[in-house]
Design a protein around this ligand. Structure first.
Ligand code: G3P
Length: 227
């Protein structure tokens, strides 16, 4: 399962990149609204930092298909290769996906997915990824993990190349459950990313090893101090 960061704060993105394996960054209009200003200033800085090989997902916001297509070309032009245009999985979005699929090489991610059939239709329209919103589905009284797993199964059983990029998490357990099922990708807030491996018992075990070593070797001594 590829892990991406669902955030546009460059300082937070840098912190996660320093310590963890990251396949890219996803954004949405709400995330960009928290930064403010010209969204492309923010996005270009992110692209510069993550490099051209990493994925960057950026959402189109037009309501009509033709405008979504125009936005897609604009986004792809300004942010380069490996930029995935996020398109809501609604009828105008499907229309835009079909046009892009037939007339361009621009990869796109179907977003705002709450039901498996949205993902199936988006896949048929040529989406590279479909993004079910796990936690938001839970909040509606359904099971977000089940929806994500169903979508993965639909893609596999219909021999579709579309991948799941699960989004909207509230805890690391949800990520673990999808990891166990071989879900293709998940995009996480920096807080959830850190929570994947945050555990008092782990920290305590590592600290014990260090203090045991220092007890016989001396404070701040490491293996470098011995031959
Ligand atoms: O980017 C879409 C998705 O990640 C939204 O997550 O946390 O706003 O439900 P959230």
């Amino acid at each position: 399962m590829k892990l991406l960061i669902d955030d546009a704060r460059l300082d937070e993105i840098k912190k996660i990149y320093e310590f963890y394996p990251v396949a890219g960054v996803t954004t949405n209009p709400t995330i960009l609204s928290k930064i403010g200003g010209n969204p492309f200033e923010t996005l270009k800085k992110i692209r510069e930092f993550i490099g051209e090989d990493a994925q960057l997902h950026v959402q189109a916001v037009s309501r009509r298909a033709e405008k979504i297509v125009e936005e897609a070309w604009h986004i792809a032009k300004l942010l380069g290769t490996n930029t995935y245009v996020k398109i809501p999985a609604v009828p105008e979005g499907f229309k835009a996906m079909k046009i892009l699929n037939e007339t361009s090489e621009i990869p796109f991610t179907a977003t705002a997915i709450y039901t498996p059939m949205q993902a199936f239709i988006a896949g048929q329209c040529g989406a590279s990824y479909a993004a079910p919103y796990v936690n938001r589905i839970d909040n509606m009284g359904f099971n977000g993990l089940t929806v994500a797993k169903d979508i993965q199964q639909i893609f596999e059983r219909n021999f579709m190349e579309t991948e799941v990029i699960a989004a909207s998490f509230k805890n690391s357990q949800q990520v673990l459950e999808l990891c166990k099922c071989g879900i293709s990708a998940a995009t996480l807030s920096p807080e959830i990313f850190i929570a994947l491996v945050k555990n008092f018992a782990i920290d305590s075990a590592v600290e014990d090893f260090i203090s045991d070593f220092e007890n016989f070797a001396g404070k701040d001594k490491t293996m470098l101090d011995f031959q």
